[in-house]
Design a protein around this ligand. Sequence first.
Ligand code: FPP
Length: 239
Amino acid sequence: MRKKKEEERKLPRHIAIIMDGNGRWAKKRALPRSAGHSAGSKNFKDIARYCNKIGIEYLTVYAFSTENWARPKDEVDNIMNILRDYLKDAKNFKEENIQVKFIGNIAALPVDIIALIDDAEKNSADATGLKLNIALNYGGRDEILHAARKLAADCKNGLIDAEAISEQDLEARLYTAGQPDPDIIIRPSGEYRLSNYLIWQSAYSEFWFSHILWPDFKPKYLEEALDEFSKRDRRFGGV
Ligand code: FPP
């Protein structure tokens, strides 16, 4: 059944997800927000495995933005601890054949997290399945600024001619260098914004919004998005 279905529909190469609604999920159950983030983290693992299973090439998830530092310290600490636990299980990436990469201003994170990230990236570098990008301390504007600074430095060093800077030159300096742009960006929880996510890369992405809160966003909802994606006519500015 699945095989026939897969032959008929066109799958995205790259899916990007804004994992939103953890706090509201917890509130609905009279639980602390931390319980929402734990449930969101569990769902993230299930969705990553599912994407790997159905042959998606790239999945990019928004785990923590450059703006999320403004949350209460307890909540920031809780999310960082969830990440630590996840990274300590890094051997799982290798077993699951998932190649993990962190995108964002990683250098500004706590040193123990940087070390865990290095390990996870190194341990999974040979995996041939899903390429998973986790956006952490990530902001789209921050990413473009970072690329602009690198371009400026390369101009100064004589490596590149300022007059000749191309889109490809800037793209090569983004955190996602070498990767295809997201074909579809999914935002659950009833919010209709990009929130500084992949703002360069999303120029021609399709969007899919859902009212389901992230911890409840099971593979069946992802399937709805994929079915709809398969029907969309993407013209990339052409006719
Ligand atoms: C948005 O929901 C969610 C976050 C800012 C944190 C997302 C983090 C996780 C799902 C854990 C990530 C873990 C790994 C291992 C990648 P919200 O808190 O803004 O929800 P609300 O809008 O309902 O308050």
